[in-house]
Design a protein around this ligand. Structure first.
Ligand SMILES: [Zn+2]
Length: 73
């Protein structure tokens, strides 16, 4: 996938990243999130379904329910 950053000619590659999310005024760092990362400028793009999934996880975590997280939070 081509990088979206203007002036950058990098090609994004699939990698697992640590992603920081703010949810209900708390910040969570989720590790091993699958993303497309540009080796040139470091821009990371998460798939829409990944973003939705993270939101779901955080919502569950916010309620203090559910212990089976595929991502470490
Ligand atoms: Zn780039």
């Amino acid at each position: 996938m081509k990088c979206h950053t203007p002036g950058c000619s990098g090609e994004h590659e699939a990698r697992a990243i640590s992603h920081a999310v703010i949810y209900q005024e708390r910040s969570f760092v989720v590790h091993d999130v699958p993303a497309e990362v540009c080796p040139e400028c470091g821009e990371a793009v998460l798939a829409e379904e990944t973003t939705m999934y993270l939101e779901l996880l955080l919502r569950r975590k916010g309620r203090g329910k559910g212990t089976a997280f595929p991502f470490e939070i």
